[in-house]
Design a protein around this ligand. Sequence first.
Ligand SMILES: Cc1cc2nc3c(=O)[nH]c(=O)nc-3n(C[C@H](O)[C@H](O)[C@H](O)COP(=O)(O)OP(=O)(O)OC[C@H]3O[C@@H](n4cnc5c(N)ncnc54)[C@H](O)[C@@H]3O)c2cc1C
Length: 324
Amino acid sequence: MLKFEDNYPLNKITTLQIGGPARKFVKVKTDEELIKAIKYAKDQLMPYLIIGGGSNLLVSDEGFDGLVIKNEITGSISTSKVGFDSFEVSTKSGTPLQDLVDYTIAHGLSGLQKLTGIPGTIGGAVYGNAGAYGQTISGHLSNIVILACPESDSGCASLTRMTLSKRDCNFNYRDSIFKKTHDIILEVIFQLELGDPKILQQETQDILAKRLVKYPPGIKCPGSFFKNIIATSLPQEILQKIPPEKIIYGKLPAAALLEQVGAKGQKLDGIEIATYHANLFINKGHGSAKAFYNLAKKYAKKVKEKFGITLEPEVQLINLPTLI
Ligand SMILES: Cc1cc2nc3c(=O)[nH]c(=O)nc-3n(C[C@H](O)[C@H](O)[C@H](O)COP(=O)(O)OP(=O)(O)OC[C@H]3O[C@@H](n4cnc5c(N)ncnc54)[C@H](O)[C@@H]3O)c2cc1C
């Protein structure tokens, strides 16, 4: 039975603990419940927004004037052998990413281990093509089952379940086709190879130790705020001025530019930029979306003025204007 709640405070479900109320809010635990929730929104002529763990969201203080659907569709992760040492692993989109990473490590499967420690669900990770330490969620992905939900469709007649190949998803750095369509990710299938369990364990432990320094437990943040910049996308005259050691995995970290314009340690009304990382914006207590947004905008503007580079938010802005 679906439980629709009125004026639900979204700061309760974002890792940033910021965000005004959703006009309506519902948790869904099955595909059928999800379809019912969408049908409800369409019947009420209300916009809807699907969310996972809320770990990559900056929601405005005014909240969201529609239905927020929290995806809690999980289920057992399944594996089948598809080759001599390769396996297909299938999981529902509401499964926490960490559960999948832990499962693959326990089964000695390689390909997702570097994503350890990234909060949120599989659906959220696929939407933004989450990644870390040179690995991305799309790297070993083979297929996705989606619910195609055309925005123009006023009823539910055209809600269609379909399977997309990896190629259909247009994955790029922190980007996928789902940022343009209104489609909902239901299930994700990966193809993974056997690895050495000891090496996999060691890799994850090393990464978790590094992550613990950057993201101490309880930190109220949405991960890195801005995307890094793909080095090959930079004009030659800018690239020439950047020492090669600053380019990591083919990208110029946004933090390096933000540091150059004095962002580290800056504060505004309860929001603080970490003293140790210029691309980490933290809610220190009762910060608002407005303060967060204004602080980010201020330093993005300074980067633009000094380097001519437009920083793009990695975080999803909900009911907020484009940053620059
Ligand atoms: C401490 C911390 C560390 C982080 N480190 C990293 C990192 O190393 N690398 C990295 O890439 N990210 C990182 N992040 C950001 C974030 O965890 C990831 O982007 C994560 O994958 C988001 O998943 P989520 O379920 O929380 O998505 P949400 O924040 O709930 O949603 C994000 C977007 O995905 C969409 N979405 C969610 N589920 C679905 C679905 N089923 N179908 C269609 N669209 C959907 C939402 O509409 C929204 O636009 C970090 C965040 C925190 C707080």
